[in-house]
Design a binder for this molecule. Structure first.
Ligand code: ZN
Length: 244
């Protein structure tokens, strides 16, 4: 038998009576747990709640089997529906990336701090989601330099980006033979990228439109795909974007 601390990222029904839990575990990264008979229990298992699980080791199907659980911390309440959607996006991101087991604790801390941080926010939680993405990219070894032009390599304000996730400055955009392959960032999207590492100090000054959000999402997702050779699509991020 194994003890594991973990946060429930998602829950799927499995047969009439059972559930499959996708869990980010403190010292194991992502694991899947089958909870046999738990659909009928009066006390439901909740997403975004941290539990101490008692588990049986997986057999050939790779699923841990749940014996019992005790609630530890609760990250399941958010000040608004859009903030809940931002929590979903963070959880989906952590479910989709490949986390080495020996680094699980750092990712776990990052996710739980993120969920705790956004919980009281009424709006603009997507800014903190992007900061989470920025930090996760760095931990994955594909840190994105938002304040450096990928063409002249100078420290410049981000002005345009392409579908390889490259960012260039205004001067370089004008010199390029094929400038139409780049999308010019809106002034607000450019400002957000510039301020993102310390965006928590600027939450009141940012007023996002749907197109600002599409640009930043596209930049981050393209950058990830180009550097990880793996397409990243986050359903919850599309849902989150609809609140703006
Ligand atoms: Zn440049």
């Amino acid at each position: 038998m194994i003890k594991a601390i973990g946060i429930v990222l998602s829950i799927f029904p499995y047969s009439e009576t059972s559930l499959i839990l996708k869990v980010l575990a403190w010292d194991k990264a992502q694991i899947s747990i089958i909870a046999k008979g738990w659909r009928k229990k009066p006390e439901p298992i909740l997403r975004f709640v941290e539990y101490e699980f008692t588990l049986y080791a997986p057999k050939e199907d790779g699923l841990y089997l749940l014996k019992e659980l005790n609630q530890s911390r609760d990250f399941s309440s958010y000040a608004s529906t859009s903030t809940w959607a931002a929590a979903e996006a963070g959880a989906e991101l952590c479910a989709r990336i490949i986390i080495p087991a020996h680094e699980a604790k750092q990712y776990y801390t990052l996710l739980t701090q993120y969920l705790g941080y956004i919980a009281p926010m009424q709006e603009n939680a997507i800014l903190i989601f992007w900061r989470l993405m920025l930090r996760i990219f760095t931990m994955l070894g594909i840190g994105i330099r938002l304040q450096r032009c990928d063409s002249c390599l100078l420290s410049k304000e981000p002005f345009a980006y392409n579908l390889a996730g490259e960012i260039i400055c205004q001067d370089c955009l004008q010199k390029l033979p094929l400038p139409d392959r780049y999308t010019q960032l809106s002034p607000m999207a450019g400002k957000v990228l510039l301020l993102l590492p310390e965006i928590a100090n600027h939450l009141q000054d940012i007023h996002l439109t749907n197109s600002d959000i599409s640009q930043i999402n596209q930049l981050f997702l393209s950058y990830f795909s180009a550097h990880q050779k793996q397409t990243l699509k986050l359903k919850s991020l599309s849902v989150l974007s609809q609140f703006y």
